[in-house]
Design a protein around this ligand. Structure first.
Ligand code: ZN
Length: 307
């Protein structure tokens, strides 16, 4: 099934629901970063959460960054997701592997750790990002993001994310977010009901592996509550905005002395994008060009000064 995101409402607009399938993009991240099983599950869950959080933003170009650091062996993770359905992310230690937990599942909680925080930055496109931090409660990511939504954004939320990794790679990945909107937020029964519905689902990836579509999963959860699924199906994908030119721009910031040092010692420079593991190589000519540009800048600044 192709990666996609759908939105719905229920209970006369009192409930907002979003579902996302991220199987292919999580597999793409696994291959790009060479992720272990548990690292795939951790980053996959976080990327699904990022897309679900970004889906509620309004202004074109809005993005959300989710950073989780629980002092576990995974070494933290960072996800950047957009309202446009693009997402990218990385973990500190992509190769870390742990034995399964007591339920026989990939032990994301132990890999992430729970001695730390979730940092969420929402950039709504006006240049003043809104950031917020909450303590981790389990390191399992879905639970931590739901806790963030309840405590930091004051939106009662039930969230389920999952990644199923087989020997050949990612088999199923995605998640679902149910939120009680402000007009119904005092309805305690509704909040409890949504939580119990989410808890009642076996697991998101089990449903996907059974061949259920997002629409069918929404119906299982909310069909008796006046479910309305919006017709638009949004495609989601792994995408990084890095480029050779941007890498050169970053190298330029190092300054002339450092660039000359790179030419002398390394005969060039190699840079790897954290977000997508793309490797860029700058040769001696590229570095010399940067030095020339920096010198010209200096000259024009001096000229300006003299005038
Ligand atoms: Zn990149």
């Amino acid at each position: 099934m192709v990666d996609q995101l759908i939105r719905a409402t229920a209970a006369d607009g009192g409930i907002r629901a979003v579902g996302v399938i991220t199987t292919n993009l999580t597999e793409h991240a696994r291959e790009r970063h060479g992720l272990s099983y548990v690292a795939t599950a951790a980053l996959g869950r976080a990327m699904a959460c990022g897309l679900l959080l970004a889906s509620s933003m309004k202004k074109e170009g809005s993005r959300v960054n989710v950073r989780i650091n629980g002092n576990g062996p995974l070494g933290g993770l960072l996800v950047d997701a957009g309202l446009d359905g693009t997402v990218r992310g990385y973990v500190g230690n992509p190769k870390i592997e742990l034995p399964p937990n007591a339920q026989g599942k990939l032990d994301v909680g132990a890999a992430v750790g729970k001695d730390g925080y979730v940092y969420v930055v929402r950039d709504i496109g006006y240049g003043y990002p809104y950031s917020s931090t909450v303590e981790l409660i389990s390191g399992e990511i879905g639970e931590d993001i739901a806790n963030y939504l309840v405590n930091s954004e004051q939106t009662p939320s039930a969230l389920l994310v999952g990644v199923f990794v087989g020997a050949e790679g990612v088999v199923a990945s995605g998640g679902i977010l149910l939120q009680v909107m402000p007009k119904a937020s005092r309805d305690e029964d509704l909040v409890t009901l949504l939580e119990s519905r989410i808890q009642g689902l076996a697991s998101f990836t089990t449903l996907l592996r059974e061949g259920k579509t997002l629409t069918e999963i929404m119906k299982i959860l909310l069909s008796d509550l006046g479910l309305t699924i919006f017709p638009e199906v949004q495609m989601v994908r792994f995408k990084c905005g890095c480029s050779f030119e941007r890498m050169l721009g970053a190298l330029k910031l190092l300054g002339v002395a450092e660039l000359e040092d790179m030419i002398d010692k390394d005969k060039g420079a190699e840079a790897t994008c954290h977000f997508c593991s793309q490797v860029y190589n700058a040769n001696i000519e590229n570095l010399q060009q940067l030095i020339t540009e920096l010198s010209e800048q200096k000259t024009s600044e001096q000229t300006l000064y003299l005038q």
